[in-house]
Design a protein around this ligand. Structure first.
Ligand SMILES: NC(=O)c1ccc[n+]([C@@H]2O[C@H](COP(=O)([O-])OP(=O)(O)OC[C@H]3O[C@@H](n4cnc5c(N)ncnc54)[C@H](OP(=O)(O)O)[C@@H]3O)[C@@H](O)[C@H]2O)c1
Length: 343
């Protein structure tokens, strides 16, 4: 099996390569693709050394799978080309997620959606991913009427250059030097909290990140009318998104039942002993594939609302691990090598 990792030098792409190796993904050949800037760069991959290739019509031929994390512009152009050339694409960008004929898949939540793929499968946004892993068991048991998300998102969610921006600013503050001007974020991120994840577009008062979280959650959970509100905030954490999730169920669900339900759910680890200081922390979530859930409690303002705190590694389960899990499912279900392209 030949696998392309498009964006293989980036924050998500390098994590995809690491996760493939950890999980022993059955690839005979792996080719990382990136921009012309990185072409020819060598990447150590276990016992193999991979050479970064530039994207070209000639070099993309003959792949079975292509795992994309090179941004929406690259995906819009090159994902259909890879699919046309015979690969099944698993795309981390937002470009294909809401297309009707592109399944939006979380491995533990809606793997059956893969059956209808047309050559491209989309990975949800990282904030959506971790929340929905925790919400699906609640939906199945008690139904969901309404969700309020408040996120505290790490800088690696914006990519490698944002990690460097936080590092450089933090160092300057600590060393009492002049803080470098922000290049990635609209304000200094070091020792700050910015109530803007991504951008405000077309005079919208919600950000593009918030505008992704709401419809993606509806699509994955299969309820186009689900009432959702999201506020997405950037915090000076390297890796690991934290989220306050307020969920209004249709049927009664006590915090105790919810805790039991989630403790038995795939991909979830419950850490919920607040009296002893035990709850999910971003630094504990970083490096893990499971979504951590704690602070499960009744919302005192509504008899069918629960509050919980959900932490996930945005680079792993939020992107790379899910992409690799989806690729594994495609192989297991015999769904690779379909030569159709979405309209
Ligand atoms: N970071 C996260 O937590 C996260 C989570 C979910 C989804 N995503 C999505 O995943 C994608 C990548 O994010 P990231 O955080 O990994 O970004 P990143 O660290 O900036 O990496 C971007 C990658 O894309 C490559 N690239 C850029 N322009 C290219 C071009 N014209 N042709 C080919 N390759 C090109 C880069 O190659 P060079 O090294 O040569 O520049 C690099 O490998 C984005 O769509 C993002 O929204 C990210």
């Amino acid at each position: 099996m030949r696998v392309a990792v498009v964006g293989g030098t980036g924050a998500v792409g390098s994590t995809i390569l690491g996760v493939m190796r950890e999980r022993g993904f059955p690839a005979d050949e792996v080719v990382p693709f990136a921009s012309e800037r990185s072409a020819g760069r060598r990447i150590d991959w276990g016992e193999r050394t991979l050479t970064v290739a530039p994207l070209s019509d000639e070099l993309i031929q003959g792949f079975d799978l292509a795992l994309f994390s090179a941004g929406g512009t690259v995906s819009s152009e090159w994902a259909p080309k890879f699919a046309e050339a015979g690969a099944v694409v698993v795309d981390n960008s937002s470009f294909w997620r809401m297309h009707d004929d592109v399944p939006l898949v979380i491995a533990e939540v809606n793997p059956e959606a893969l059956d209808s793929h047309n050559g491209i499968v989309a990975n949800p946004n990282c904030s959506t991913m971790q929340a929905v892993v925790a919400l699906k068991p609640i939906l199945d048991r008690a139904g969901i009427e309404r969700i309020v998300f408040s996120t505290y998102q790490s800088v690696s969610g914006t990519g490698q250059r944002a990690v460097e921006e936080l590092h450089d600013q933090a160092l300057a503050v600590i060393e009492a030097k002049e803080i470098p001007d922000p290049a990635i974020y609209p304000h200094h991120i070091a020792f700050n909290v910015i109530p803007q994840a991504e951008t405000f577009k077309d005079a919208d008062d919600y950000t593009t990140e918030e505008r992704k979280m709401m419809p993606e959650t509806r699509k994955i959970l299969g309820d186009p009318d689900l009432r959702i509100s999201a506020t997405c905030v950037r915090v000076p954490v390297y890796t690991g998104h934290s989220e306050s999730v307020n969920v209004q169920t249709r049927d009664d669900l006590s915090p105790e039942e919810c805790r039991e339900l989630l403790a038995a759910a795939p991909g979830v680890q419950v850490i919920d002993d607040p009296a002893n200081g035990l709850y999910p922390l971003a630094i504990d979530g970083a490096g893990q594939d499971e979504v951590l859930v704690g602070r499960i409690r009744r919302d005192p303002s509504h008899e069918r609302c629960l509050n919980m705190w959900v932490v996930g590694d945005n680079l792993r389960k939020g992107a790379a691990t899910n992409a690799v899990q989806v690729a594994e499912l495609l192989v297991k279900r015999g769904l690779v090598s379909r030569r159709r392209t979405p309209a």
